[in-house]
Design a protein around this ligand. Sequence first.
Ligand code: UD1
Length: 369
Amino acid sequence: MKLFVVAGARPNFMKVAPFLHAIARHNQRCVAGNGALEPLLVHTGQHYDIMMSEVFFRELNIPTPDVNLEVGSGTHARQTAAVMVRFEEVCHRDRPHWVIVVGDVNSTMACTLVAAKLGISVAHVEAGLRSFDRTMPEEINRLVTDALADLLLTPSADADENLAREGVPREKIHRVGNIMIDCLVANLARARARRAPVRLGVEPGRYAYVTLHRPSNVDCRESLEAILENLVRLSRDLPVIFPVHPRTHKALEAFGLDHVGAPGLHKIAPVGYQDSLCLTENARLVLTDSGGLQEESTYFRTPCLTLRPNTERPVTVTEGSNRLTSLEALAGDIQAVLNGPERLGRVPDLWDGRTAERIVQVLLKNGTP
Ligand code: UD1
């Protein structure tokens, strides 16, 4: 059975890695190749900088992509269209039985649209998440992808309920768990050994780890400036490690805010996957607007403040260590975290490192469409 596995942007790589490794393990168990799966890895090239892409392939032992569509950056329409045009050609050339997409980036939606129109079955890993906020580009990507996918592989019960409410037949929905956690569990020992906090000159448990890249936070001068003021203030009490995403970097330059800083505010280049895990596990506080970091913080039970009015990952709030915050509430919420316990919440069900195995089983059961 031939599978196209699609990855395009940074948060996709830690989701395809465990899946590709689970396929390899399955294939090793197949006698004389009987029942083997044939994955072909398609990188759309949505992210292309070494620290946004290549470093993840190296660290996560992801094979070199079979195809790179090299679409690069652009407006939503241009980027989505470029992926569609180039992915369609690949599908015509080498027609797969399944297209597997992960997450909610533009590449996810673009490849789903192409496959659905060519009558190729689509499986969506991380289906059913909803922020109910259509100003987020990812929410549009999630809605379109889930409306078209044939198999909806969900991480949590809230996702199943969202899909059922939208009229998705129950038999298409399979709760398989959180595949990001497969990657985390597989990399934890190596991540710890890298001792990122020590290398960056901060004491484990005595720093804040900050990542920000959402357009709603960084594309507007006022909000970016207000966030920076909070970080400068926080850094007087607690060192702040702030790897700057390319989008944020460009915004800081465009708004003339790149000079804003303080001795304790460490603005650094984006970090690799394992360093990010290690920084999350050992932080006193995580401040983020990323989806993945809300989940990784929850796994480590590290207190996390998410600078967004909503989250498509509500279990990180109801069960985990996450709390939503706003520019107005930020200073008070930071103080509350610093006055509170160092570990919070519990690890949700099916965050057990076995999600990729379950996905392989679901695909085998569904067979050649
Ligand atoms: C994308 C995803 C977002 C995800 C984020 C993680 C969509 C709609 N957004 O946002 O869901 O959380 O990735 O990083 O798919 N750039 C570089 N080098 C790169 C990639 C991007 O410099 O390797 C710069 C370019 O100026 C580009 C900008 O970053 O225009 C934004 O990149 P883009 O892929 O459009 O969206 P992200 O903000 O990275």
